[in-house]
Ligand binder design. Structure first.
Ligand code: ZN
Length: 72
């Protein structure tokens, strides 16, 4: 029996929508590869939801922009 219905937080949404990496090293490598391909700089961060790592893009002088990565 569930106590309460969990609302979908932004962090959770980002988590399920994004590719998850098992550790920082792998995420960093992919961030460099994808960032180079797109001509942007990508950053890695540890996800509080899944304890994995995700990528995010950030443009200078702008707030953090969530990056959706799609891997074929
Ligand atoms: Zn996550």
């Amino acid at each position: 029996m569930s106590k309460k219905k969990e609302s979908l937080t932004k962090a959770h949404f980002n988590c399920v929508a994004k590719t998850r990496y098992r550790n920082e090293r792998v995420a960093t490598i992919r961030a460099k590869q994808i960032g180079k391909r797109r001509g942007v700089e990508l950053w890695v961060y540890k996800c509080p939801e899944c304890k994995g790592w995700h990528l995010t893009s950030r443009v200078s002088n702008r707030p953090v922009v969530d990056d959706f990565e799609v891997i074929a």
